[in-house]
Write a protein of this length. Structure first.
Ligand SMILES: *Cc1c(COP(=O)(O)O)cnc(C)c1O
Length: 376
């Protein structure tokens, strides 16, 4: 037999795009020899909950033991909070793992998975990695076009991924729109509703999607500890969904997907309401200030329901991101997410946002002087 190992890799995996993470601060500082701020990955600028840090530090003493593979304590706490049974909670290695597992369990060649253009790239990767066909529905005004998505459902559709609020555009749809959409989705199609940014959305109420789940059990709600709880580095998230589906995901996941440190940290972070409240309030204040500052520079940020700001700046978007980087401000160019003329800025602390605004002002002034970019 003359087959090589590489030939075993199927075309649908060979063709997958690589996830492009925000550049780490240390790397940029080493390369440019400047102090940098990272506003590129929608991390919590106020850090982790201090109670989570304490709980995880204590758990470190048990690092020689395998963690609780069934994540019992955390699932019980989450079930109490969300009003479902513990069998309806799945804890994953970040929501990332659950996004992947949903497609791996339900999709295969011959079926279709659907999401929107201009949404979170891991949705498309999960669908394509399952061997199913990816169906991308265009957006309207930087938001999910739920009506068009409903019309795109075929007998082959197995899973539909929604992010509410959406990354990278920062827009959200309301509970009524969701319910109307769910009405039109057949029982045999799973809707994955990724609510990573739900805490930050002034127009949304977390309880609403749980109520929708009680009515329509073909919904899988994803939440994460990576954003408002400030535990992105711990890698832990969870899903609310029907027990039969979660049980199949359990068979497929690696035996100890989340660490004992992450479980202890998450459990403590859940109870730290003070930290969560402070993070939401700070984000709201800074979101308003950063948006106003960018508008004041002639830019047009899309109104945000999240902890980041999306805006189209024209064909020079990548160049502007590079120049911001040279000035020590790491933001995210969005060509790889389907918006070659846009960039995304995570909302930082007041100091970080000031640095970002000053750098942006410097770049736009210089460019206007050269006549390269008419301020918009
Ligand atoms: C940040 C983010 C997540 C979080 O992923 P984790 O794996 O839990 O860190 C999930 N979905 C979206 C849309 C995000 O932007």
């Amino acid at each position: 037999m003359t087959r090589t190992i590489e030939e075993l890799i199927p075309d649908y995996i060979r063709g997958l795009p690589v996830y492009v993470p925000g550049r780490p601060i240390e790397e940029v500082e080493r390369e440019l020899k400047i102090h940098a701020v990272k506003l590129a990955s929608n991390e919590n600028p106020l850090g982790p909950s201090p109670r989570a840090v304490e709980a995880a530090s204590l758990a470190l003493g048990n690092a020689h033991r395998y963690p609780d593979g069934g994540t019992h304590l955390l699932r019980e706490a989450l079930a109490r909070r969300t009003g479902v049974s513990t069998e309806e909670i799945f804890v994953g290695l970040g929501s990332s793992e659950i996004i992947d597992l949903a497609s791996r369990v339900l999709l295969r060649a011959g079926l279709e998975g659907m999401t929107s253009h201009g949404s979170y790239p891991p949705f498309s990767v999960a669908i394509r990695a399952s061997g199913a066909e990816l169906v991308l529905v265009p957006q309207r005004h930087f938001a999910f076009d739920l009506e068009a998505m409903g019309k795109a459902i075929t007998p082959k559709t197995g899973v539909i991924y929604l992010a509410n609020p959406n990354n990278p555009t920062g827009t959200a749809f309301g509970a009524e729109e969701l319910d109307e959409f769910l009405e039109g989705v057949p029982d045999g199609v799973l809707v994955v509703l990724d609510e990573a940014y739900i805490h930050y959305a002034p127009s949304l109420n977390r309880r609403k999607s749980e109520e929708s789940y009680r009515r329509r059990r073909n919904l899988l709600i994803l939440r994460t500890f990576s954003k408002v709880y400030g535990l992105a580095g711990m890698r832990i998230g969870f899903a609310i969904g029907r027990a039969e589906l979660l049980s199949a995901m359990n068979r497929l996941k690696t035996p100890f997907n989340t660490s004992g440190l992450a479980q202890a940290g998450a459990l403590a972070a859940l109870d730290d309401r003070e930290h969560v409240t402070r993070c939401i309030a700070t984000n709201a204040i800074e979101r308003k200030r950063l948006s106003a500052g960018l508008s004041g520079l002639g830019l047009r940020p899309v109104p945000s329901e999240t902890n980041f700001i999306f805006m189209e700046v024209g064909p020079e978007a990548k160049g502007i991101c590079d120049e911001l980087l040279q000035l020590g401000v790491i933001v995210r160019p969005l060509g790889w997410m389907g918006f070659p003329e846009a960039l995304r800025i995570s909302i930082g602390t007041a100091e970080e946002n000031d640095k970002c605004l000053a750098a942006m002002a410097e770049i736009l002034t210089k460019r206007a002087g050269k006549g390269e970019l008419a301020a918009r």
